[in-house]
Design a protein around this ligand. Structure first.
Ligand code: FAD
Length: 486
C-alpha cells in the first residue's frame, strides 16, 4: 500500500468491520491483496458483535441445502431471489468450516459434533452458535484479532466514510470525513443495516444506513427499502435495557409468549413477520405495552449472556416473565448487488446487511444474515481482485461532502409512519422528511401497494400475487420502479 498522510492507495478498500467487512478483508488479504479496513465505530458497536442466535447452515444429517432454501423462500413470502438463495444455502456450510479453521470455536458436543439451535421459520435445527448466545461476539473478536495481525491489512479505526470517490463513471475509492482518501481497485461497503433509523430498535446506534446513502448519492441503485424486519421480542419498559433483544433461539428451546391475560396467543416459532404482527395487533387491541416472554423452563446456562444482561437490569428470567414487544431489527433492502457483491456502479461492491441481493425477500429467515456476511463477503473480495488497477481521480481527491445525520425527529417519524402497520397518510408525511434515506424508504413503501412479509399497508391488507418477486428499485431520483428478479 502506498501511503502518505491524506491519500492511501491499496488493492481493496473495505468500509465496515462487522462480520462481512472483516471476513471480506481477510479473504482478500489471503488472496495476496493489500487491504485498507475502515471502521467508524469500535468493534463492540457492530450488529455483528451483538448477534446472539448464530449462523444458519444445512449441517444436520436430516437437513440439506434444498431444505434450507425452501425455508428461506417460505419466510421471504414469494420475494426471495432464487439465485441468491441458492448461493447462500450451497456455500454457508463451507464458510462455517472456514470460520472454524480461522479459530472460531462453535458450541459442540463431546464428540465435537456442532450443536445446532432452532429458530423461527426453520423446519430443522440449523443454527450454529458459540458461547450459547454470544455467537457474534466470539466471531468478531477472533476475526478482528486476525485482521489486526495481518501485515497486508491496514486498519483505520474511528474514521467515517462519507462519499464514494468516483471518476469517469466508476468508483475509484472512498473519501473519509476527516479529509483522508483511499484509492482502490475495488471498494467494498460493509457498513451494516439501517434499523437504528427507527427510534425503537435492537441495533447499535451506528446502523444508520450510511453505506446505502453514500452509494445512492454516487449513482448506485438501492432496492427493497420498504422491507424492514421487526423483531418480536425486544425488552420494553426496563431502564438500561430498552430494545435489548432476547434471541429467538430461546423460543427455539421452549420459551413461550403470553398476552396480558396470561394466555399464549401465537405460535412462537412462526416466521418473524407473523409473530411480530400478532404481538402488535394484540397490544393495539388490549392497550397493553408488552407481552410476557416466559423462559422459566429454559436452561439459563444455555444463554448466559442474555440471562446476565437481564439480571443486570433487575430481571430474573428463571422466575419471572420478561416484558417484550417488537422493535426495528433488520433491513432486508439495501444496495443492489449481483451474486459477487457488485453494485450497479463499477468498482463499488456491497456485502452484509447494507447489500440487497434479494436473498431475504420480504422477511429474512432468522440467522441467514450472518451466513450472508461470510458467503457474500468472500465472493466480493475475490471478485474485487479482478477489477482493473486504477489511478483514476488524480492525486488530489475531492473534498468529502458532509454526512446527513438523522435527527431524533426523523427516527420517531420512521417508527410512527413506517412502522409495523403503514398508512398512505403516514408514508406521504415521511416523504417530506429532511433525511434523504427516510424519504427513499417512504417512496418504496408507497410504491408497494400490498401487504407482504415485513411490509404491511393498512389500505392494502392482502398480498398482490402480481407483485411476487418484484422488487422496488430506486436509482437516480426518488421514484422507485418495480422490477422482476429471479
Ligand atoms: C441484537 C442483534 C442480534 C442479532 N442476531 C443475529 C443472529 O443471531 N444471527 C444472524 O444471522 N443475524 C443476527 N443479527 C443480524 C446480524 O447481526 C447483522 O445483519 C450482521 O451482523 C450485519 O453485519 P455487517 O457486517 O453487515 O454490519 P455490522 O456488523 O453492523 O458492521 C457495520 C460496520 O460498518 C461500520 N460503518 C458504518 N458506517 C460507516 C461509515 N460511514 N464509515 C466507516 N465505517 C462505517 C461500523 O462501524 C461497523 O464496523 C442480529 C442483529 C442484532 C442487532
Amino acid at each position: 500500500m502506498a501511503d502518505d498522510d491524506a491519500l492511501l492507495t491499496t488493492d481493496i478498500a473495505v468500509v465496515g468491520a462487522g462480520g462481512a467487512g472483516l471476513y471480506a478483508a481477510l479473504t482478500a488479504a489471503t488472496a495476496g491483496a493489500s487491504v485498507a479496513l475502515v471502521s467508524a465505530t469500535p468493534l463492540a458497536q457492530t450488529a455483528s458483535y451483538w448477534a446472539q442466535g448464530g449462523i444458519a447452515a444445512a449441517l444436520a444429517i436430516e437437513d440439506s441445502p434444498e431444505r434450507h432454501l425452501a425455508d428461506t423462500e417460505a419466510a421471504g413470502r414469494d420475494a426471495v431471489r432464487r439465485s441468491a438463495g441458492d448461493v447462500l444455502v450451497s456455500e454457508a456450510a463451507a464458510r462455517v468450516a472456514d470460520l472454524e479453521r480461522l479459530g472460531v470455536r462453535f458450541d459442540s458436543d463431546r464428540q465435537g459434533v456442532l450443536a445446532l439451535g432452532l429458530e423461527g421459520g426453520h423446519s430443522v435445527r440449523r443454527v450454529v452458535h458459540a458461547g450459547g448466545s454470544a455467537t457474534g461476539r466470539r466471531i468478531v473478536r477472533q476475526l478482528s484479532a486476525l485482521a489486526v495481525d495481518r501485515e497486508a491489512i491496514t486498519v483505520i479505526e474511528g474514521a467515517r466514510a462519507t462519499s464514494a470517490w468516483t471518476h469517469d463513471g466508476r468508483c475509484v475509492g472512498i473519501l473519509l470525513e476527516d479529509g483522508r482518501a483511499i484509492r482502490a481497485r475495488a471498494t467494498i461497503l460493509a457498513t451494516g443495516g439501517a434499523a437504528a433509523l427507527w427510534s425503537r430498535t435492537t441495533n447499535p446506534p451506528g446502523s444508520l444506513g450510511i453505506g446505502m446513502s453514500l452509494a445512492h448519492a454516487a449513482g448506485a441503485q438501492l432496492a427493497d427499502l420498504e422491507f424492514l424486519q421487526f423483531h418480536p421480542t425486544a425488552v420494553i419498559g426496563v431502564r438500561g435495557r430498552e430494545g435489548f433483544l432476547v434471541s429467538e433461539a430461546i423460543r427455539g428451546e421452549g420459551a413461550t409468549l403470553h398476552g396480558p391475560d396470561g394466555q399464549r396467543f401465537v405460535e412462537e416459532l412462526a416466521p418473524r413477520d407473523k409473530v411480530a404482527r400478532t404481538i402488535f395487533q394484540l397490544l393495539a387491541e388490549t392497550g397493553a405495552t408488552s407481552v410476557g416472554l416466559d423462559m422459566t423452563d429454559v436452561d439459563p446456562a444455555r444463554f448466559p449472556n442474555v440471562v446476565a444482561a437481564l439480571a443486570d437490569a433487575g430481571l430474573d428470567p428463571t422466575r419471572e416473565r420478561i416484558p417484550v414487544s417488537p422493535a426495528s431489527h433488520y433491513m432486508m433492502g439495501g444496495i443492489v448487488t449481483d451474486l459477487d457483491g457488485r453494485s450497479t456502479l463499477p468498482g463499488l461492491y456491497a456485502v452484509g446487511e447494507t447489500a440487497c441481493t434479494g436473498l431475504h425477500g420480504a422477511n429474512r429467515l432468522a440467522s441467514n444474515s450472518l451466513s450472508e456476511c461470510f458467503v457474500f463477503g468472500a465472493r466480493a473480495a475475490k471478485a474485487g481482485l479482478d477489477e482493473p488497477e486504477t489511478l483514476g481521480g488524480g492525486s488530489q481527491p475531492p473534498a468529502p461532502p458532509p454526512l446527513a445525520h438523522p435527527s431524533r425527529a426523523t427516527q420517531e417519524a420512521l417508527w410512527r409512519d413506517a412502522g409495523i402497520l403503514r398508512t398512505r397518510e403516514g408514508l406521504e408525511r415521511l416523504l417530506e422528511d429532511p433525511h434523504p434515506l427516510a424519504r427513499l424508504i417512504a417512496a418504496c413503501a408507497l410504491k408497494r401497494q400490498e401487504s407482504r412479509g415485513a411490509h404491511q399497508r393498512a389500505e392494502f391488507p392482502e398480498v398482490d400475487p402480481g407483485l411476487d418477486h418484484r422488487h422496488a428499485i430506486v436509482g437516480d431520483g426518488m421514484e422507485p420502479r418495480l422490477e422482476l428478479w429471479h
